[in-house]
Design a protein around this ligand. Sequence first.
Ligand code: S3P
Length: 437
Amino acid sequence: MSESIKVSPLKKISGELAVPGDKSISHRAAILAGLSDGSCSVQNFLPSEDCVNTLRAMGQLGVKYEVKKGTEDRPIDLVIHGCHGKLRAPEKELDCGNSGTGMRLLAGVLAAQEFDSVLIGDESLSGRPMGRIIKPLAEMGAQFETKGKKPGCAPLHITGGTLNPITYEMPMASAQVKSAILLAGMFAPDKTTVIQPAINRDHTERMLNSFGVKVSTEENTISVYGGQKVRSRDLVVPGDVSSAAFWIVAAACVPGSRLLVTNVGLNPTRTALLDVLIRMGAHIKDHVQHEDGGEPRGSIEIIGRQLKGTEIKPCEVPNLIDEVPILAVAGALAEGTMTIRNAAELRVKETDRIETTVENLRLMGGEISEFEDGMVIQGGQALKGATLDSFGDHRIAMAFAIAGLFAKEGSTTIKNTECVATSYPTFTEHLKEICNR
Ligand code: S3P
């Protein structure tokens, strides 16, 4: 039977919370530690289905690892024994589950291997566009065949081999595409360059540098020289600010709330949500306390206030792309209008997040207009409890669980919430804790 989350209205939220490890950084840690030239201790790995699938794929490619804390299915602290850049052919398909990041980053690495491989995913991932990575990786010399029901979609058959370096101007501000090219570029001779249309998450660049692979970034041009050794190192993964976002919005929107999120990633290419909430009138202060593998981490203090709507700037969109569903909820709880445009990328996430956010907000009584590239939300409407679907999308499930907490009347049920385990396996426990404080 499928899982569901039921929430009843809550007056405010308070206390302290640490969220699990960062999803983007955990994928990259599994891949780079796996390619490195020694053993790497990786602490606070995100024990979610998405990241475990990437770790298992690296295992099928010959990388050995030991779980030091957590379980085989839910590893938290690991030692990953790098394969010195020498992966072996997998015996069967590599299953990326629900994860676009896993599939696209692994494709970058596999494009450069002297063996064939096949990447598969669940129904949602099998409907997501892979042409965006196939185009540059094929230009580098790898061969791809997509065998999905939809053209250009997984299963993705890769015939890897010797690659040429390229200079590639990315049509969209995608960290996954950028990362696939940079990872492939590590195996090509000379210099591979990606030009991005706007700044987006830079974890790959930071982690490559911290593993000894020099990557240069000049404004929107990022280059890597092939043939560099991936040096083993230990690292601690910060908490995922995209998971923290649900609690940050919950606390920021409701006067009287007070929350401290600890040990969370504060990479500036991920924290545009904080800037937007501050512009909406929130009291938010972040403090960087550590830096590990080039990734700052620390705490975020939030005091709730009545917020006002705002317009999201085009340059902010890539740096809060995963936070749009919860930001739309913030817009509904704020006064005035919230405008989110230039965000057509949302249509090719785990679900079409413009459609799924609009549908659920309307079912709760929200007033929201849909556009091809975004949405406009009229705030100040009393939300009412409703029965909603996650549509199999983890961020939709969690965003609307939070919306349900602040409905003016009635409880809210979100159906099909197993998907939450792809990014935040302890979400329902944290929700219970917060509601019982
Ligand atoms: C991610 C990049 C983003 C984001 C995804 C994780 C990554 O996707 O939505 O959840 O780890 O590189 P795009 O790069 O396709 O925008």
